[in-house]
Design a protein around this ligand. Structure first.
Ligand code: MG
Length: 201
């Protein structure tokens, strides 16, 4: 694998949920256990979980509390190919920024997860991606940062990042298929194997 030259940007943006770990599948388990609702992964066609799960606002609030508890976060499985790819990128001299829209008070549990799974990264940044993680870094600061490329699963984030001039790789998910307007600066990848094959490294 070729090393990245010193003149190029060496920093990579990697989202956490449904990019490093199988968050949505973990959500479905919690939804069934706590609310008695069965929803198939393929039917999660809206990033808005209130719609995807047909939960009223009060239950949705409770759901978000439950899924952000340490035990829930701890139980999410790493996605196939993610950890090996980050290791390869680190070996090639890249810096990895894990950029998440999780509430900042999940930092300890999130860092514990990354450590437990041996994820190689440089920084974990909490960003106000969706306007519901107060206390995080303002979104603008991330949009304007100099990244070699970005890995996301949120169509809204992908579009904003692409508009800001970032090179975006969007992991294909049921919730980003119908809502995504597309664009030349966004590469849709089925999985990490495709991500690894499509970045300029
Ligand atoms: Mg995500």
């Amino acid at each position: 694998m070729a090393a990245v030259s010193a003149s190029e940007t060496r920093r990579v943006y990697v989202d956490f949920d449904d990019v490093l770990c199988a968050t949505a599948r973990g959500f479905l388990v919690i939804l069934e256990r706590e609310f008695g609702k069965t929803v198939r992964f393929e039917d999660m066609i809206d990033f808005d979980l209130g719609r995807s799960f047909d939960l009223p606002p009060e239950k949705l609030r409770r759901f978000f509390e439950l899924v952000h508890e340490d035990e829930a976060l701890d139980g999410f499985e790493p996605l196939e190919g993610a950890l090996e790819t980050l290791s390869a990128w680190k070996a090639a001299g890249l810096e990895i920024e894990v950029v998440t829209g999780r509430p900042p008070d999940t930092r300890k549990a999130s860092e514990a997860w990354l450590a437990r799974h041996g994820v190689l990264y440089d920084e974990l940044i909490f960003v106000e991606k969706y306007g519901h993680a107060p206390g995080g870094v303002p979104l603008d600061r991330v949009l304007g940062r100099d990244y070699a490329w970005v890995i996301e699963d949120s169509h809204a984030m992908a579009e904003q990042l692409a508009e800001a001039g970032q090179r975006v790789h969007l992991l294909d998910r049921p919730w980003n298929r119908s809502q995504f307007a597309g664009g030349a600066d966004v590469v849709r990848c089925a999985d990490w194997k495709e991500v690894r094959g499509s970045v300029p490294l």
